[in-house]
Design a protein around this ligand. Structure first.
Ligand SMILES: Cc1cc2nc3c(=O)[nH]c(=O)nc-3n(C[C@H](O)[C@H](O)[C@H](O)COP(=O)(O)OP(=O)(O)OC[C@H]3O[C@@H](n4cnc5c(N)ncnc54)[C@H](O)[C@@H]3O)c2cc1C
Length: 465
């Protein structure tokens, strides 16, 4: 056999994941994307991997999946281990980077997959789905719960979202006491309160949060810096370091005329009320219009659809510019939700209960703005009237700095905390990470920050001894 004939033939098509059919899933809140169900499917998908740069040191020349993952998880080696039958080794790599990977892999934007070599000339390797199968079926490993002996150091963490939970887990591994102070009754940040059940089942998330608690993390709920204590008082309680992980939890609102008496809701509030089963609006047969193009918009639309509404989304650019993930957009459209592109909200109108809604300006795309996306430019004289019983705004989030002294904490114009390369804020011994530093971003970015912050704290406390 010639060398050419020996060359491995890799399928360009990914092994299909399992999905609930659209017509079935809009009737309930069950998980939609079921991923891979058999190890055989996973192995076949792994066989498509090119195993990039295996001859180089990954620290010097990492494979693209590792390079572009915010946590720098070496997915190439995870795949190699699966192919070699070493599932435990694969799991070790995953848990080195993620303390709650079952949840992360279900919602991960998959930067690894977006940069996968196989994707240049075919489907990229479905890396998050491979990792998800492994952790769902074989994780966590026994030593997940093992922590180093107590170092007699205490760290306070504000916020129990992905950032706070990750910092706390890796600090416990070092033997450092971690106490999370959470503003609300509920633990988990956006994972629990906003992301819907059909993308991240609460049973999955709650099991992982319980695992974290078994590692000795202390979580005190209903405690917040804006009402219970200030930064200095936390230090007075004996904590050596404080970490801020308060997220970007304040919804932005459209600044256009004519609000009342239309029923306008914030998507965050809508999703939260649904997730926590509190004051859910009655939407059956109502016309619901969602404004925005990110995950918050698609999630709100899909929840409203499941509550029986006739839903549409208005977005001011084109599909390829929507911040929501490709798969989420596809799932949204498959569920019968219409997305109207190139429309910019201009004013709300209300003649009476039967005739109310929003007037939008038709736009075309102009030069790129600072975000690198084209600016919507109004096309004069073309307006569109969209009728609605409810309008849900999903146009972004910002950081709520209530309770923080902004003379001491340096912040950007958009209210994010400014940190140095070691994640220290301008206030000594106070670090920050996740959405409150990046602006509204992603779970895996917050997890990546959390691990680095825990490492930085360990080094800092060691140096001080
Ligand atoms: C609807 C929706 C869908 C999303 N979908 C995805 C997705 O599919 N994939 C993805 O990767 N990302 C997604 N995201 C983004 C992701 O959830 C966030 O990037 C991530 O949760 C940020 O983590 P964090 O810990 O920084 O902040 P958060 O998750 O916001 O957690 C912050 C925590 O701090 C608490 N807190 C706030 N203020 C205080 C205070 N003063 N004192 C004490 N505690 C406080 C809050 O109650 C909260 O529990 C989505 C976001 C939304 C809203």
């Amino acid at each position: 056999m010639t060398k050419k004939e020996q060359k491995i033939v890799r399928s360009k098509v990914a092994i299909e994941r399992h999905y609930l059919p659209a017509e079935e899933r809009i009737k309930n809140f069950e998980e939609v994307n079921l991923g891979y169900l058999e190890l055989e499917e996973v192995i076949k998908e792994c066989e498509r991997c090119y195993q990039c740069f295996t001859k180089s040191d990954p620290q010097i020349k990492p494979p693209p999946c590792m390079k572009y993952c915010p946590t720098h998880c070496n997915s190439r080696d995870i795949i190699r281990n699966v192919l070699d039958g070493k599932i435990e080794e694969a799991l070790k790599i995953i848990y080195k980077h993620y303390p709650f990977p079952r949840s992360v892999e279900r919602v991960c934007p998959g930067y690894c997959q977006l940069h996968c070599t196989a994707g240049i000339n075919g489907d990229p390797i479905q890396i998050p789905m491979i990792k998800r199968f492994l952790v769902d079926n074989y994780g966590p490993l026994e030593d997940y719960f093992k922590c180093n002996p107590d170092l007699d150091k205490k760290v306070a963490i504000l916020g129990s979202g992905p950032l706070g939970l990750t910092v706390a887990f890796y600090l416990r591994k070092y033997g450092i006491k971690a106490t999370i102070f959470e503003k609300h009754e509920i633990i988990g940040g956006m994972l629990t309160t906003e992301i819907p059940e059909f993308r991240l089942p609460k049973s999955v998330l709650n099991t992982e949060i319980e695992n974290l608690k078994h590692c000795g993390i202390e979580i005190i709920t209903n405690k917040s810096i804006d009402k219970d204590f200030g930064i200095d008082q936390i230090f007075e309680l004996g904590f050596h370091i404080i970490v801020i992980g308060i997220g970007a939890q304040k919804a932005k609102s459209l600044k256009i005329p004519g609000k009342d008496p239309l029923i306008i809701m914030q998507a965050l509030k809508f999703l939260r009320s649904h997730n926590l089963n509190e004051n859910i609006p009655y939407l059956n047969n109502k016309k619901v219009v969602i404004i925005g193009g990110g995950s918050t918009a698609t999630d709100a639309a899909r929840v409203a659809k499941r509550l029986g509404a006739d839903v549409s989304i208005l977005y001011r650019r084109e599909k390829e510019h929507m911040p929501a993930g490709k798969a989420e957009i596809q799932d949204t459209e498959n569920e019968g939700i219409n997305i109207e592109f190139l429309v910019n909200p201009k004013e709300f109108y209300c003649i009476d209960e039967e005739s109310q809604g929003i007037v939008c300006q038709r736009v075309e795309l102009g030069d790129k703005d600072v975000s690198g996306r084209p600016t919507p430019v109004p096309i004069e004289d073309i307006e569109i009237k969209v009728e609605a019983d409810y309008i849900i705004e999903a146009i972004g989030q910002e950081i709520d700095l209530s309770g923080f002294d902004t003379h001491r904490f340096k912040t950007t114009k958009s209210n994010t905390f400014i940190v140095n390369e070691k994640f220290f804020t301008s206030v000594p011994k106070v670090l920050a990470g996740g959405d409150c530093v990046l602006g509204s971003k992603s779970v895996v970015d917050a997890v990546a920050h959390g691990k680095i912050i825990a490492d930085q704290i360990y080094d800092f406390l060691q140096e001080k001894n």
